[in-house]
Design a protein around this ligand. Structure first.
Ligand code: PMV
Length: 322
């Protein structure tokens, strides 16, 4: 058994279909090269200690946070997931987990899912357990459900598998072939919001407006199918147009915000093929799909509009031990 084992898991960006996926529609996401990292070591029997440095989770601005065994503190959902892992494999030994992450928190990039997945990879490597990806998917749901209420599963599916993923709750996930490079700029509004509240807000809107919901779901189905063809054929301009249409629908159902709209407009003005919010919206991040030669101008334009840009690439490998 190694002294410590390390797991790495990527963030994700949803290209089309967020929110509608919660009610059964298909969404398409890619894993991106921003990572959460967990290092796991042995601890006394019965003890689960989780600590973090640089996660930005501590409201008092402290750099690190440590928690032992509590299922109600900020790391409570992760403690519950670790307990579920240890119980499933009949492990009585305690564990000490140290976390770090370069993924902005509560910003639409699936940071909580990537952190959960990185822990599962580190634990399975520490105990020499061959954890199938399907089992990892089930276990990561433990913390994701506590945190987000009714998540679709797309965040951790994408982090586990990597690459481009089509996902619907009823049909599960499927890796998609991608022709060419996806050149993305992520723009962070720096406005934090709760995924759980955003999901509730949009689901409530859809329930109260059945006619708008019906039309939106029909259009989202066409958008997702169109996006799959664009990825397969390397038609980034076509994909950008579908992203713009998706953004219009997300605005209509109340998922966008002024800050997001500003960064989206700035990206389009700087030459992006398309731009939209990514994840739960209401703040957090947007993505712009650009021709490679416009990426610098898009970054600059996002910065001038008050956002923080990150240029990202697709991660093809998904979560892994390292
Ligand atoms: O904001 P994030 O990264 O948690 O993404 C949420 C995506 C939603 O479609 C709004 C919810 C979900 O679980 O699919």
């Amino acid at each position: 058994m190694p002294a410590r084992s390390v797991g790495l898991a990527p963030a994700k960006a949803i290209l089309v279909g967020e929110h509608f996926v919660v009610s059964g529609a298909m969404a398409i996401a890619i894993a991106i090269n921003l990572y959460a990292k967990a290092s796991a070591g042995l601890a006394p029997r019965g003890s689960i200690a989780i600590s973090a440095k640089g996660l930005g989770m501590c409201e008092d601005g402290a750099e690190s946070l440590r928690e032992s065994g509590s299922e109600s503190g900020p790391f409570g959902p992760l403690v519950s997931m670790v307990k579920a892992f240890l119980e499933r494999y009949g492990i009585e030994q305690g564990v000490d987990i140290r976390l770090s992450s370069e993924i902005p928190l509560s910003a639409g990039l699936g940071s909580s899912a990537a952190i959960a997945v990185s822990i599962l990879v580190a634990l399975s490597s520490l105990f020499g357990i061959r954890l199938e990806r399907e089992e990892m998917f089930e276990l990561a749901f433990v913390s994701e459900r506590i945190l987000h209420g009714n998540p679709s599963g797309i965040d951790h599916a994408t982090s586990i598998y990597g690459g481009a993923i089509a996902y619907s709750p009823s049909r599960g996930f499927r890796r998609l072939p991608v022709a060419g490079e996806i050149s993305l700029v992520v723009g962070d509004t720096l406005k934090r919001r709760s995924t759980k509240e955003q999901i509730l807000k949009v689901q409530d809107f859809l329930k109260r407006n059945p006619e708008i919901a019906r039309e939106a779901f029909e259009r989202i189905r066409e958008i997702s199918e169109g996006a799959i063809s664009c990825l397969e054929g390397g038609d980034m301009e076509g994909l950008g147009e579908l992203m713009n249409e998706n953004q219009a629908l997300l605005s209509k159902v109340g998922a966008s915000s002024e800050e997001l709209d500003r960064l989206i407009e700035a990206s389009i003005a700087a030459g992006a093929f398309g731009a939209k919010l990514t994840g739960a919206g209401g703040g957090g991040c947007m993505i712009a799909l650009g021709p490679p030669d416009a990426l610098g101008a898009i970054e600059e334009s996002i910065r001038r509009a008050g956002g923080t840009p990150y240029r990202v690439k697709m991660d093809d490998m998904g979560s892994r031990a390292c």
